[in-house]
Structure formats: C-alpha cells, structure tokens
Design a protein around this ligand. Structure first.
Ligand SMILES: Nc1ncnc2c1ncn2[C@@H]1O[C@H](COP(=O)(O)OP(=O)(O)OP(=O)(O)O)[C@@H](O)[C@H]1O
Length: 700
C-alpha cells in the first residue's frame, strides 16, 4: 500500500517532530538535527547561487568564432541561468539517504530537483533522477538497498520545518504511515498540476525509470497518477538520455488544450523546458478542420481498415508502362523496352516503399538500365552520367506518367467525394453500408473548401505518410489514450516509429464511440505490440467515500476493471442533495458558495448543455467563474466545467450538477455512464451532487 511507508521515528528528531502541518519555524539554524539540516539547506542555496554566478560571469568573447555561435552559446547560457534559479517555494531538497558503511562509503546524499555542488565540485544535492537517488523511492524494509536511513523533509513556505526518519535495517522499528507523504497528498489544490517528485511511489517509480528503448502502457483508474508518472518519465528520460533526446525530440500528447494548460507547468518545474505538448488534432493539422462527423461515419473513418483503403488509393496512381523510353544522348539513342520498365515498377511496388521515395527511385532505375546498355556498347559512363540520364526529359516524362506526384489531401478528398473511386479501393475492405456512411452527401469542390472533420484530418495524415515517411521522435507520451481511434493510434505511432512511447489511460474513462476496448489492440495499432502493460490501482486524488460511490458505475460500463483504492485518509465529504426542479440552479450556486468558504479550487461540472444556464445563475449571484484551462488562483477559484472537458482535470471541491443530464448528454448509456464516472472522480477533498431528476439507477 503506497501511502504506508514504514516510519518509525519522529522521536529521533530532537527538535522537530514531523507533522502534517509543520509549525512555522524560525529560519535560524539551531542546534540538533533540524538545525544541521537547515544549515545544509542554507549552504546548498549559497552553492547554487555561486553556480549561477559562475555562469553569469562567463565571458564568451574569446571562444566564439562568429555571431551565430555566440547567439547559440548565449541562449544556452541563458537557459542554464534559468535552470539554476532558486525558487523560493520549491525546496532545494526533499529527502536524504544515508548509505550503510558497506555501500557508497557510508555517504549521505540530499535528494532534490536538481544537482548542486560546492566549490570543490562535491555534491550538496543530487538530482532525484541520478542512480544514487533511486533507493529514496524504492528501498523498503524488505529490500533496504544498502540504505541505513531515509529521511523525508517537510517544508512550510520554503522553510525546512520537519523531518521523518526510517531506519530500514532496524528490526525494532515499527511500520507507520508517513505523515509528510500523507500531508503532501492531501494538500489543497490551487493552480496548475504540480510535480510529485518528493513522493513518487515505488510502483510509479518503476514506470518512471523504465528504459528508453521500451514502450510502457499504464492502465489506471482515476487519480492513480498516470499523468504525473508520464511527465516524470519524460523528465527522467531527458536526464538519462539527454543528448539522444535533444536530437530526436520528445512530445506529450493530451486530449485538449485545457488539459495541456493544466499540466504544462510540471516539466518546467522539473527543469525541462524543451518538451513539445500537443493534441492529436494539432499533430495532423494538414487541412483546416471545420466540420464534424456523425458517430457512424467517425467510427468507420477511424477504423484501421481505412489504412488499407488509403494505401490502395494512393498506389492506384501508378500505371504500368506500355511504351518504351528512348533516351537520346549525342548521336546515340538508348531504348528501354516496356517490359523492362514494367519490371522496375513492379519491383518498386513490391518493395512497399513510400510512394514518394519510389517515385524518386524510378528515374535512377531507368538511368541505371541505360548505363548498363552504354557499358555493353563499350562506353565507360560514371555516376554523373547516371544522374544526367535520370534528369533527361524523356525519363522525366515517363516517370511523370507512370508514377505521378500525389497530393495526399486530394486523394482523401476524392475517396470521400467519389463513391465509385471509394468502392474501387474499399472492395473487400469496407461494406457497402460503411462506404455509404463515409461519403460526403455534397462533395466539396476543392481541398480548401471542404469541411474536413477531425477524423478526415487523420486520414489525410495517413495519406501523407504513404507518400513521405513521417519523422519519428525519440519519445512520445500519449495521455488519455483510451479515447483514440485506431487511425489516431497509427498517427501517433508513426511519430515514434523509431522511438518509444508511454501510453497512459483508463479503459473505464473511454468516452468516444471508437474508444479502445483493449490495450493489446491499441498497442498493435500504435505499432508497439510488445509493450508492457502496467496497472496502477492506488488512488491519490479521490477520497475513499467518493471513489466508492463512483465505482458503483464500473460493473455497468467496464466490467472486469478493478476499482481504485484510495490512499487518502481524510474522510472525503460526499453530499448528494435532491432538490425541486425550480430550485436546482439556486442549490448549485449555494453549493459553490459553500465550497468557496473552504480552501482550494472548486470545479462546477455540468452536462455541456446545462453550462449556459449555470453561467447565468452564477452571474446573477455575482459569482465570477473561470473556463477550464485557465489557472485557478487564490483570488479566482471557481471553474465552470462542461462534462466533456473534465477528463484529466482535478479540483479540490467539485459540485456536480444533475448526473442524469450528464448521462443523457451522450449518444448511448455506456458512454453516458463513463462520462459521469469521469465527472464524479475529479474531486480531491469533497464532492457535492445536486439533482432534481432521479439519479441514474446504476448509482444506487
Ligand atoms: N505519488 C504521489 N504523491 C503525491 N501526489 C500524487 C502521487 N501520484 C499522484 N498524485 C496526485 O494525484 C492526483 C492525480 O494524479 P493524475 O492526474 O496523474 O492521475 P491520473 O491517473 O492521470 O487521473 P485521471 O485518470 O483522472 O486522468 C494529482 O494531483 C497528482 O499530483
């Protein structure tokens, strides 16, 4: 059970017993262990300052040959100075490991977000990602990993105010729950998502530190830390493989912009500024999306069989030669007969190259055949002649006719507009009914005027990849992955075809008509069928009572999935309030007012079509509210969240309006229940459900 780490003794801390809310301490380093730790903190801060000053005083005039180098170097120095900033509210270290005398020469290491060294180069704080830090997360009484003492530090507003010790090899010590860890988990939420570097749990750490070469898929219920783990894995990989990933790049994919705003601070807080964040839609934005599909069309367009239809359609542009190519050079004519050209075309088609690459290879093949004939005639042509022949007008004209350039968007446009063209390439792949579902009723005139849907854009992306290989990144994190269609998995998969991925999701939270039913299928479409699937079951967000309530829905929508077991010890307040229809909006506003009386952020979640009414009700009561994705602050804490955007977000207190409307907002009962499950699992400290209509029977 992750929250229960063996914590025997705060008694040994002679001047500072650890406490969930550590007392505001005098900053003066006093005597005793806490005083010494504070002194180490002060010295570490000074060392960090010295490191920063060293960089600031670098004079690059003598070492840069030109202004380009100088600009690059200056940018690097700028980034380094930023990375060395001492953030007042981010503790420089949060833990300490004392190794046994037999290991690491009995040394102590302070574990923090970044490495700090003194003037001699000796470490004052080691990076949490360094191998020497790993036992901080993994060592246990059963497997102490050469650790004699693990110490966790508690801070109040940047001041070191408490610590907790575990002597992992001491048989006398009793196992207790870490109060500092518990306090961290239960800290009220305001603002964007935070890093969890001080409290990563052992099973989370195994995922975080898994190697760059393998793809990992994490199934986990709401609040089990999937997003947190994925982001920390990126930070870890960037540390362990910085040069390689700097070359190849990393990308985090989330479901929408609100979500990306919510998580965008985590990596910078860990010192990583270079990671791109995107939605799937943004990745495939070759065409402007202005349209939408009905569920039936979207499901067919998202089906992996569409890849075969597109492949055939793109390759249908190739035609078999029926005439010879004659190349004239000087007084000589070189003739490549049709049957030889046919062989070349056939061979290129069989090699299954990208359409564009084959198109580039064909003139070289023809030129090679000409060269062979030249040699047979006693000439001694070199590579330059081959290139010249490949550019010969007769060869160019032949290639243009046999293997014409293809515009990927136009191919998709034609497939979706021309029923006969679609039928030709979907023969034996899509049924007549499926074909009818995807063809546009009113064919657009051009790529520009077409009302492309998100699913169409994915098809265009697939077509682009058939023509020219999509560049692969070194690592891709795919969050809320359960909602992707097979074609979307393929789009993501080609962006990590030579790299690896972290796939995060919860099958029970799948709310698209094409949501994945099994991770094995999803990973197959992603092109990573051998990826390991890990499961996280300990919940760090939702209080026990609330998760138990939400889990009543599980057997009705995702049978077989294990409910989350909450590690939150504070009794979560779950209030379910039935009111008369005409009092409902007022009751919702009152619930928000009640929640605002407490600390932390408040999310009012409602069916999408209830949002305008509730916005008016809040305005009438003089209560300002934010949109999802806008940062909550101490002054502005209430966000009105349409249920369709709630996924991945969390609020300290949630007021949920009319569950029946949330369910009814979806096209089918299963999706409706899943949407409700998402809405019910956003609260950290308390959930108030307000309803006038009967609750969905599955909640009883
Ligand atoms: N080891 C941990 N220590 C402290 N807090 C944690 C830990 N793991 C997760 N959390 C916190 O729990 C909350 C939920 O985490 P996260 O959003 O990553 O979960 P999730 O599995 O992605 O949830 P969902 O399925 O709802 O998207 C976050 O506030 C996160 O910071």
């Amino acid at each position: 059970m992750p929250a229960h780490v063996p914590v025997p003794a705060t008694e040994s801390a002679d001047d500072a017993p650890a406490a969930p809310s550590p007392e505001p301490a005098a900053p003066e380093p006093g005597p005793g262990p806490l005083g010494r730790e504070r002194a180490h903190l002060t010295a570490s801060r000074a060392a960090l300052r010295a490191m920063r000053e060293d960089v600031q005083s670098l004079d690059i005039r003598d070492v840069t040959a030109n202004w380009v180098n100088a600009a690059v170097l200056e940018a690097q120095i700028e980034a380094r100075i930023k990375a060395l900033a001492d953030l007042a509210h981010t503790p420089l270290f949060f833990g300490r490991l004392d190794y046994l005398l037999s290991a690491q020469e009995g040394q102590s290491f302070y574990i923090g977000r970044r490495h700090v060294h003194d003037a001699e180069g000796d470490p004052m704080v080691v990076d949490w990602r360094a191998p020497v830090s790993q036992p901080f997360y993994r060592a246990s009484r059963r497997d102490p990993q050469d650790v004699a003492l693990r110490r966790r530090f508690g801070y109040t507003g940047g001041e070191l105010t408490a610590y907790e010790d575990e002597h992992l090899t001491d048989p006398e010590e009793v196992e207790r729950t870490s109060r500092l860890l518990q306090a961290e988990i239960e800290r009220p939420r305001v603002g964007p998502m935070r890093d969890i570097v001080a409290t990563i749990q052992p099973e989370q750490d195994e995922i975080v530190r898994s190697g760059l070469s393998g793809t990992v898929c994490v199934q986990g219920g709401p609040g089990t830390g999937k997003t947190a783990v994925g982001l920390h894995r990126v930070a870890y990989l960037l540390y362990a493989h910085r040069e390689r990933l700097a070359r190849t790049g990393t990308l985090v994919i989330g479901p929408n912009r609100s979500f990306l705003h919510y998580i965008e601070q985590v990596l910078p807080a860990l010192g990583e500024l270079e990671v791109r964040q995107s939605t799937v839609d943004e990745l495939v934005a070759h065409v402007e999306v202005r349209g939408a599909d009905d569920a039936r069309a979207a499901v067919v367009k998202g089906d992996a069989r569409m890849a075969e239809v597109l492949r055939r359609a793109v390759r249908s542009h190739v035609s078999m030669p029926s005439e010879a190519v004659v190349v004239v050079r000087g007084s000589r004519r070189w003739r490549i007969p049709a049957y030889e050209l046919q062989e070349m075309v056939r061979e290129l088609l069989e090699r299954d190259m990208r359409y564009g690459a084959a198109r580039e290879a064909l003139p070289q093949r023809i030129a090679h055949a000409v060269l062979v004939r030249m040699e047979q005639a006693g000439e001694a042509p070199d590579d330059r002649i081959q290139d010249a022949v490949a550019r010969n007008p007769a060869v160019k004209a032949a290639v243009k006719a046999l293997w014409p350039p293809v515009d990927p968007a136009k191919v998709v446009l034609r497939l979706l507009s021309d029923a006969a063209f679609l039928a030709e390439h979907a023969e034996g792949v899509l049924t007549a009914e499926e074909q009818a579902a995807v063809v546009w009723a009113k064919p657009p005139r051009s790529v520009r005027s077409a009302r492309w849907s998100p699913a169409d854009a994915v098809l265009v992306d697939e077509a682009y990849d058939l023509v020219r290989r999509t560049q692969s990144l070194g690592h891709v994190v795919l969050d809320e992955a359960q909602d992707l269609s097979p074609m979307q998995y393929r789009a993501v998969g080609r962006r990590c075809s030579t790299g690896s991925a972290t796939v995060l999701g919860d099958l029970a939270q799948g709310t698209t008509p094409w949501a994945t039913g099994s991770w094995a299928d999803a990973l197959g479409h992603l092109g990573k069928p051998d990826a390991a699937v890990e499961e996280l079951t300990a919940g760090f967000r939702v209080p026990r009572e609330v998760i138990a309530y939400a889990s009543r829905l599980l057997p009705h929508m995702s049978p077989g999935l294990a409910p989350v077991s909450s590690v939150r010890e504070n009794p979560g307040s779950l209030v379910v309030r039935e009111v008369a229809q005409e009092e409902r909006d007022a009751a919702v506003v009152a619930a928000c007012t009640g929640s605002l009386a407490r600390e932390g952020s408040i999310g009012l979640i409602a069916a999408d079509d209830r949002v305008p009414d509730l916005a008016r009700a809040l305005a009438a009561a003089g209560m300002a509210h934010l949109e999802p994705g806008t940062e909550t602050t101490a002054a502005s804490r209430l966000t009105l969240v349409p249920a369709s955007l709630a996924k991945g977000l969390e609020y300290d207190y949630v007021v949920l309006d009319e569950p029946a409307a949330v369910v009814a907002g979806e096209p089918d009962l299963r999706t409706g229940l899943r949407r409700l499950y998402v809405a019910l699992t956003r609260a950290v400290s308390g959930l108030t459900v307000v309803h006038a209509r009967p609750l969905p029977p599955e909640l009883h």
